[in-house]
Design a protein around this ligand. Sequence first.
Ligand code: ADP
Length: 256
Amino acid sequence: MEELHTHTPASKKREEHMNCDQPEDARRPYDTFLSVASHELKTPLTALLGQAQLLQRRMQQNTNTSERDRRAIDTIVQQGQRINHLINSMLDISRLETGQITLNRMPINLSYVVQQAVEELHLSLVCHHIVLALPEQPLTIYGDSLRLVQAFQNLLQNAIKYSPNGGPISIQLETEGQWALVRISDQGIGIAAEAIPHLFECYYRGKCNAAHHISGLGVGLYVVHEMITLHGGEIRVESVLGQGSTFTVLLPLHVR
Ligand code: ADP
């Protein structure tokens, strides 16, 4: 692991992003479209996904269900969750751009947050396995657990997605001075050194993805970075091309 990168505060990056892309006025119709479209898509999708998950549970319990039908409903649920994830990211982008994200912060044990993020992903693991190392004592931070679960899920989903040959995904929690650290490592395709400074830009996608046929919108890491920055934290990236990547999230420990 060789490249280490710490990122600039969200507000500064947002300014740079707005300036280099388009003037704020020009972006407004686009942001409104994004926000309205995401909301309009979310309502029917929530109903569709809810019913599909209900069918999935029934089929799992019914011994007469054929393997083919079971696989079909699993695909519907998985793809529905994928669309849901994309819509949530689009909604978050428009909320972030308009400063409308509010955090519901309280003292929470970071180990619980990480466990929850892992639990929700377990069902979708096929050729990967998760190696989780949690400390015995609670690591208390002052945060919004829903938002943090979402951020860790994004990082875990990337770890899975960018290691197409499978392998271990390790998650380690530890403390360093006043910080709680969550380290997520994979043994996947890795990231080119010149890509690292751009990873957290909105819509940025690495050049290597095409060779590996890995699709995406390039918004996940942007949202993660903004969420962690709103919590007073940082993200660091270490990676060696072809060998894997480690994303380390640092969050301030809560001292009473
Ligand atoms: P997306 O995955 O939709 O492209 P992200 O914002 O989550 O968007 O990630 C931005 C880029 O960062 C990706 O396109 C990919 O090039 C790179 N990346 C993110 N996570 C990893 C990882 N664990 N291993 C290798 N590359 C990664």
